[in-house]
Ligand binder design. Structure first.
Ligand SMILES: Cc1cc2nc3c(=O)[nH]c(=O)nc-3n(C[C@H](O)[C@H](O)[C@H](O)COP(=O)(O)OP(=O)(O)OC[C@H]3O[C@@H](n4cnc5c(N)ncnc54)[C@H](O)[C@@H]3O)c2cc1C
Length: 447
């Protein structure tokens, strides 16, 4: 009925966009549910952001995991026990390459091929237009469903400041190598994990380092009581300690370890612990304490060679690195399909399922307080089972959809976070996994 001569019909096959960690998990789990899968990847190899040769990769030479190894690995494919607690980015890439090889995912991926548009056709299927990144004609193929795993850490969010600056300004995405910092006067803007990492790197390379943050944060060390801090936190969550008690313990623990950072000029946090994405950095307090990083307030405006700060003071860096985060981008989809607001923030059930389009899902659009990969795994298991249920038992699928639509946002999103773009996709990893688990149970075959 919807056949046209230019469109190759892939019948029940599912299209996956992107072969980073999330796309690989999606291919594997869709295959396990018996789907034919065509994955399109604009780069020429797997790994997404963890492959620092990819032109859009956000990682820099010294990037190590912020979440610890056991909290980051896929549940069905452990990282080697001999690896460190916080592997280097090259190890994460090697891990993803091994995952792809182990599950035979490569044969389902079309490398060097970009998805340029995905259009919903009348029967809930998708016309996906792809184009080789090396040039050439585009192709249109029709799929039963589309799973988007295009990542949300590659389109730099710009720093908007009045005035002009005469020196060099780059986004953190363009920071790759410590040599870029050597003997420079560097201003790092942004108090997230990337901003702190780069400030620490600059402290070892640059002649002067200013670190500008808009608000105070709770800077957690990478280790607590000899264990990676996220594993200690996971223990507290498993015991189901009330939030207020966890906040109290967090404050006490930081007071005893990191200490009071306001004496280095950092602002007092304007939120309670757990109300912002965790910033984990053991070295920042060390370099602040050695005077090698100077904490400064928000940037007010640029003025030629100077930068005016919110307290009226002026500094004269020659390099500004804006660690101002990334924006989600879905250029190949009409924003209405994801119920995106004018700022580009999609509104998806569980940050994954399009509310009005049961054959459209996004995997990996999350910012958890632990590693992303386990969540991307379980999200893609849920997506694959959902797509299978729609085919095998449409009546049950409709019942599940109705029940799910009544699930409140509070049941799976981070309950209270500072309302900034940084927290659009923030989730408590354990609460989120429990919710996905209950969805999976609902979709289990009837006994
Ligand atoms: C500095 C930094 C540190 C981080 N540290 C951690 C950490 O410690 N732990 C952790 O769990 N996470 C961390 N992350 C998050 C990290 O993004 C995830 O671990 C993971 O890489 C996300 O995988 P993804 O597949 O969702 O996205 P990506 O890795 O971005 O992969 C998306 C893929 O889709 C492809 N693609 C995009 N658009 C198209 C298109 N139109 N057509 C075809 N292909 C397309 C891209 O080429 C890319 O290969 C960190 C991120 C950054 C920036």
């Amino acid at each position: 009925m919807y056949d046209t001569p230019d469109i190759a019909d892939r019948h029940d096959a599912v299209c996956v966009v992107g072969a980073g960690a999330s796309g690989l998990a999606a291919i594997k789990n869709l295959r396990e549910q018996g789907f034919a899968v065509d994955c399109y990847e604009r780069e020429t190899s797997v790994g997404g952001g963890w492959n620092w040769r990819h032109d859009r990769s956000p990682v820099y030479a010294s990037t190590h995991l912020i979440s610890s190894r056991p909290m980051t690995e896929f549940p069905d494919f452990p990282m080697p026990d001999t690896w460190p607690d916080y592997p280097h980015h090259s190890q994460v890439l090697s891990y993803l390459e091994r995952y792809s090889a182990h599950f035979g995912l490569g044969e389902h991926i079309w490398f060097g091929t970009e998805v340029v548009s995905a259009v919903l056709v009348g029967d809930g299927r998708w016309d996906v237009t792809t184009r080789s990144t090396g040039g050439g004609a585009s192709r249109v193929q029709r799929y039963a469903a589309i799973v988007v795993a295009n990542g949300h850490n590659w389109a730099p969010a710009p720093l908007r400041v009045e005035g002009d600056f005469r020196g060099e300004v780059i986004h953190a995405a363009a920071f790759k190598d410590p040599a870029q910092l050597r003997n420079r006067k560097v201003l790092v803007v942004g108090g997230g994990n990337t901003g702190c990492d780069i400030a620490v790197e600059a402290a070892q390379q640059a002649t002067t380092v200013w670190h500008s943050t808009r608000r105070g944060y709770w800077y957690a060390p990478k280790y607590l009581f000899g264990r990676p801090a996220d594993q200690v936190n996971a223990g507290l969550l498993r015991w189901r300690l009330p939030l207020r008690l966890r906040q109290f313990l967090y404050r006490r623990t930081l007071a005893l370890t990191t200490g009071d950072l306001t004496r280095y000029g950092l602002p007092v946090p304007d939120h309670r612990p757990y109300e912002a994405h965790p910033v984990v950095n053991s070295q920042l307090p060390y370099y602040l304490g050695h005077g090698l990083i100077k904490a400064v307030p928000d940037v007010a405006r640029f003025d030629g060679a100077s930068v005016e700060l919110a307290d009226g003071s002026r500094i004269e860096p020659d390099l500004i690195i804006t660690a101002t985060g990334y924006l989600p981008r879905f250029e190949f989809l009409d924003p209405g399909l994801l119920d995106s607001d004018p700022d580009g923030r999609p509104d998806l059930h569980l940050h994954a399922f399009a509310r009005k389009h049961p054959t459209l899902a996004v995997v990996g659009l999350l910012q958890p307080d632990a590693g992303l990969l386990p969540l991307a795994h379980w999200q893609s298991v849920a997506v694959a089972r959902w797509l299978r249920l729609r085919v095998s038992d449409p009546a049950r699928a409709a019942a599940v959809q109705q029940k799910e639509s009544a699930r409140t946002l509070r049941s799976w999103s981070r309950r209270q976070v500072v309302p900034t773009r940084r927290h659009w996709f923030e989730v408590d990893y354990l609460a989120y996994l429990r919710t996905v688990e209950s969805l999976l149970r609902e979709m289990e075959p009837a006994r």
